[in-house]
Every structure is written in C-alpha cells, then in structure tokens.
Design a protein around this ligand. Structure first.
Ligand code: SAM
Length: 279
C-alpha cells in the first residue's frame, strides 16, 4: 500500500528512433524533475539537447543498480522528483529499472509512468499476427543451447510471441526458431519509427532467406495453432448456429466466429462440418 510520500519517481518512455514522437508531457516532466537517471548519459544528452533541456543527469544501469538505487531514493527522501529513462522506449522493458521500482514501492513513494513508444507494441500491431493475446519475451539467451531450451518451453504457447534480437544474432535465431517451432507465420520489424522502417512478413523459412539484416529489430512469431481436437467445439458451434439462425450464411458465420476467437477459419470450418454430420 502506498504511503503517498511527496516525491515521485517518473518512469519516462523515450523515442525508439524518431525524436518527434516525444509528447508535451514527457518534455515537461524531463524539464521539471530534479534529476534524470539514465542508462547512458551520452544518449540521453542527445535527446535533452534536441529539446533544450538542461536537467541534471545521473547514471543508472545494470552494473550499478544497487548503488544507484540508494542514490535515487536519497533524492526522493529530500522531496526531489526523479525521472528514470533508458536509451530508448520504456525503462524496465529489456532495460534496467526493476530494482529501483521495487525499492521505491517499498519506501512508499509515488510512481508515475509517462507513456511513449515501445518497440514490441509498435511491431505487434503492424505484424499482421494475432494481437488479442501475446507474450513479450524480450531477448532470448545469447547462448544457442539456452535459447533452444527457452524456445522449447514456448513451443506450445498458443499466442503471438515477441522477441527482441540483435542484428548479429538474427540469422541464427531465425534458423533455431524454425527448427524448434516449425514453419510458422512470422514478422521481422526493423528500424521502427526511423527512415528505413520495414516489415518482413511471411513464414519462418522465408525469413531465414533474408541476409545482411542490419539495425534494430523485433521478431514476432505466431503462437501454436489449436488443432481441431483442442478447440472447445460445443460452444463455438452454438455461436455459429445462432448467427445462421439470425440470417448469416454458414461460411460467413464460421469466419466471424473464427475471427472473434482468433482461431484458424479452415480448422473451424472443417470441425463444424464434421460435428454437424455426427449430430
Ligand atoms: N526499452 C525498449 C523498449 O521499450 O522497446 C527496448 C530496449 S532493448 C535494450 C533494445 C532492443 O529493442 C533492440 O535490440 C531491438 O530488438 C528493440 N528495438 C529498440 N528500438 C527499436 C526500433 N526502432 N526498431 C526495432 N526494434 C527496436
């Protein structure tokens, strides 16, 4: 339970490439806080200079998390607001900040998130893959044997999988994903919000043919499709029947329910016909 002490830690999302995506609220928070804790002062300085902001910066990164958490809490104790930013996107999302947030929650200060861009969500909504449920995994382990284990664990997950990946590892990761997960639909989103933003959509085997992939990238892979046997048919058939009773054609009704439940239209159609024959 928050004690609502006065000072606030602001978790501020910053651009993932295009600086004009900064909001007015982001700028006013970065101007008004006493100090900005950032991963790399050189990167954050570029952002601050662009907007003529001169707030004091301190570093907060994976290597000094404990020590710097204490320093930041001290500012809050003195009644001074602090903003936490990472090099790009949201702090804490494949970036440092987890330790700090938990310490600040324990100490009873307020935490406010300032919305902004996030590479995973930008990629997801344009990927063409299912969006109603998804798993953001972040980076796979850089060791191939560990990455394989992680993918094995994700193999039966039925919803879209989202990974961050570095350009020098992407070819190996794509090949491993194809081997472990099979030839599923996938999308590789590159250089989001930047001049050369692009999406490669297709099957994993097609993405494996891409060469010289550069820049920042997000890999999205469709979840495991439910087989006809796994779909809870009774309920779906009732929904389809209701639509047909209300005037829909059979195919139309099947497509509508398949879209609503985010399942394969073909599987549902076959299962529906099969079940109807049995009745
Ligand atoms: N905190 C960030 C966020 O909220 O998206 C993620 C930081 S993580 C250290 C960096 C990784 O995010 C990159 O290796 C890449 O996978 C992804 N990423 C960041 N910016 C991107 C961009 N403009 N286009 C595509 N992927 C990006």
């Amino acid at each position: 339970m928050s004690l609502h002490k006065k000072a606030t830690l602001f978790l501020v999302a910053t651009p993932i490439g295009n600086l004009s995506e900064v909001s007015e609220r982001t700028l006013s928070v970065l101007k008004e806080v006493a100090v900005i804790a950032c991963e790399d002062t050189r990167n954050t300085l570029k952002l601050l200079s662009h907007f003529d902001i001169h707030t004091r910066m301190i570093t907060y990164h994976n290597f000094n998390e404990k020590e710097s958490t204490r320093g930041i809490v001290k500012f809050l104790e003195e009644g001074k607001d602090v903003a936490l930013v990472s090099d790009a996107g949201y702090p804490l999302i494949s970036d440092p900040g987890y330790e700090l947030v938990n310490e600040v929650i324990r100490d009873g200060y307020d935490i406010v998130t300032i919305s902004g861009p996030n590479a995973a969500l930008n990629a997801l909504v344009a990927s063409g893959l299912k969006t109603s449920h998804y798993l953001f995994y972040g980076f796979l382990n850089p060791k191939a044997s560990q990455a394989r284990k992680e993918l094995e664990e994700l193999k039966d997950f039925p919803h879209t999988l989202i990974f961050y990946e570095a350009p020098h590892r992407i070819e190996k990761t794509l090949a491993l994903a194809l081997e472990v997960l099979g030839d599923r639909k996938a999308c590789l989103a590159r250089e989001l919000t930047k001049l050369h933003e692009e999406y490669h959509r297709g099957c994993l085997s097609q993405l494996c043919e891409l060469r010289d992939l550069k820049g920042e990238m997000v890999l999205l892979i469709e979840g495991k499709e439910k087989t006809e046997e796994e779909i809870d048919l009774k309920e779906l058939i009732e929904e389809i029947d209701r639509l047909i009773e209300n005037g829909s054609k059979m195919k139309e009704a099947v497509n509508k329910i398949a879209e609503k439940r985010q399942i394969s239209k073909n599987s549902l159609y076959n299962a529906y016909l099969k079940r109807k024959k049995e009745l």
